[in-house]
Design a protein. Sequence first.
Length: 278
Amino acid sequence: MTESFGARLTALVSQRGQLCVGIDPHPGLLEQWGLADTPDGLERFAMTCVEAMAGEIAVLKPQSAFFERHGSKGIAVLERVIAESQQAGALVLLDVKRGDIGSTMAAYAAAYLTDGSPLAADAVTLSPYLGFGSLEPALQAAEKSGRGVFVLALTSNPEAPEVQRALNGARSIAQTVVDAAAERNAGVRPIGGIGLVVGATIGSLGVDLGTLNGPLLVPGFGAQGGTLSDMRTLFGKSLRSVLPTSSRGVLQAGPDVFALRSEALRTRDAIVSAAGHH
């Protein structure tokens, strides 16, 4: 992959729209689909999602934890999800939220962001709360291999503000994360490969995203209550670098492949028209 992640993402979003669909095989959804909470049930669920959406949706976001809970068989399914989604043309954003230091961070970078690894995705989520600098091995690996990272900035869980909105001098911790990402993305065209995660339901932004020059992953859209109007409130008219993420809202339409694809496309088209793409 010689092309940068920012370039690949920008090109694919212009073709397929900017929806990201989470592949979250949690027990309740497996049950809703009439599947057993086993590696076989997991595989049927996950591969149905890939079949329905990987050829049409720009970004698929498997949540690693729901595969890990099934042990080595679950990880094997995750490897298939990554490979087959990419073969169908989707970008795979692996939701792992890793955050560690030194050689351990480098090992995560080798697992998820390095050519030849069976778990290498197009991008991963990272947690910067051991200090943004601790992410360096992952940022370097991503840049070298044309992959992206999405760093947690403002999440919508109720415990988040006590850390993310806490002040570090005159800036909130979240603002220091935004600024560090912006510094790395500076001057990269069309956009940098360091994105941020900002929850759709956080209410108010409270940070300046002005110079980020990178993509925004916005979970909480759809079933968790985030609306297009929330997106406009948070990000103003500039919705083009925003990837609204829906999981349950789309996945509830399964297990029928056609119904699942239709719901994903309906959600995508609503976002595209709201973002003013013509």
